[in-house]
Write a protein that binds this ligand. Sequence first.
Ligand SMILES: Cc1cc2nc3c(=O)[nH]c(=O)nc-3n(C[C@H](O)[C@H](O)[C@H](O)COP(=O)(O)OP(=O)(O)OC[C@H]3O[C@@H](n4cnc5c(N)ncnc54)[C@H](O)[C@@H]3O)c2cc1C
Length: 436
Amino acid sequence: MRDLRPWRRRRLRCSLKLVVARIVVLGGGTGGTLAANRLRRQFGDHAEITVVDQDDRHIYQPGLLFVPFGLAHADEIVRPRSRQLHDGIAFRRCAIDRVEITDNTVHLADGTILPYDVLVVATGATLVPEETEGLTGPGWIEKVFTFYSLEGAAALADALAAFDGGRLVVNVIDMPIKCPVAPLEFCFLADWYFHERGIRDRVQITYVTPLDGAFTKPVASRQLSGMLAEKGIDLITEFNTGEVDGVGGRLVGYDGREVSFDVAVVVPLHGGADYIGRSPGLGDELNFVPTDEHTLQCKVAPNVFVIGDAANVPASKAGSVTHFEGETVVENVRRHLAGEPLVDGFDGHANCFIETGFHKALLIDFNYDTEPLPGHYPSAVGLPLLKESRLNHLGKLMFQWFYWHSLLPGRDIPGVGSSMPTAGKHPVDATPAGKD
Ligand SMILES: Cc1cc2nc3c(=O)[nH]c(=O)nc-3n(C[C@H](O)[C@H](O)[C@H](O)COP(=O)(O)OP(=O)(O)OC[C@H]3O[C@@H](n4cnc5c(N)ncnc54)[C@H](O)[C@@H]3O)c2cc1C
């Protein structure tokens, strides 16, 4: 297993060739903030660290799930970005116009040019609802909503409160999306919410996904499909939405199938940040950055490292993944500046609490090579994996505290390493039901 601890203990100062390295971090969200804070601790005054973001509103995005159900208020999940950064880190509030990787400069929208020795790209994934025909047309934020933005989640809270029966459709337009379990959690919470209001029998809930099951990984998918069925939530798979007709209340698939709704909750297409498309050679066709999946070094520029949703690595786009990547990114920035070989430190580790309603949640833990399995996390004794429990629900609620006080400051969470633990996991047959 990759153990990063000895590197952390090693002092940088003796091996660093540059006296003061200029490190620019693009994006002050989950990855940019935790990377900048870890870099500051690693380098002290031996690096000049600048974080750039277009606004000063850091949203705790997992909290967006709770807003539509009145379980959190929009104000409670937002804090100023600049206040999450350690002393000694400069914060520039400005949109990024482009990066020129050939001359190591970042060009800001106000005309400022920031030269860098090392660049850390942490500009995440962006919603592009306008890419789907009709989605932002008539009916948008009236009958068609998303909880993937703060404004959308708040508007949906009002719409759900006024909803007293009919067809509620939850639709993922296409992958990749941030937190692929969040739309499923939305379905489970909707089931709970309408039960609480005493109108569950008047609401038909349907989950419409482009995947061939409820989730991407077979064992978890089987379990989650079973839970949808138990809760009376219909599942429509392999549906590729070509058009959203907000006025007529229809999702129209590319294959001609249609799904009717009274209220639709849509997870729009995602892409990388638009400045990546304006930065020659930096991004792929979706504006994500080609990145080595283990070292997190950009494949087109050796002094560029990528953390979080902005990378095109085959890991989930999740805050937990971003957190687990932090250690490798910071260590490899150090090694790059010191002229040492990089370390293959990141194993694709992801873990997610899946809120299932009625004060319970499921926990999944996996990496590039191992799919979510039953057992316990982080070792033989711990939180139950792939099993609903109140303990996991409490874990999900407590995570917000950890996010602001441990994850963003770049501290390690006790007992939770960055590589996926194998102790406590039980291998099972991953063959999908009905297949050899
Ligand atoms: C509804 C929802 C629920 C979620 N639930 C969970 C969960 O339960 N568990 C989990 O692990 N993850 C969850 N996530 C995912 C998690 O929030 C993200 O994966 C994580 O925040 C990614 O961090 P990041 O740093 O890559 O991107 P972000 O935190 O999104 O930060 C990107 C930053 O880049 C800035 N930026 C972008 N473009 C520009 C530009 N041109 N100029 C200047 N600044 C720019 C943005 O303003 C933003 O601050 C959820 C996400 C959503 C939407």
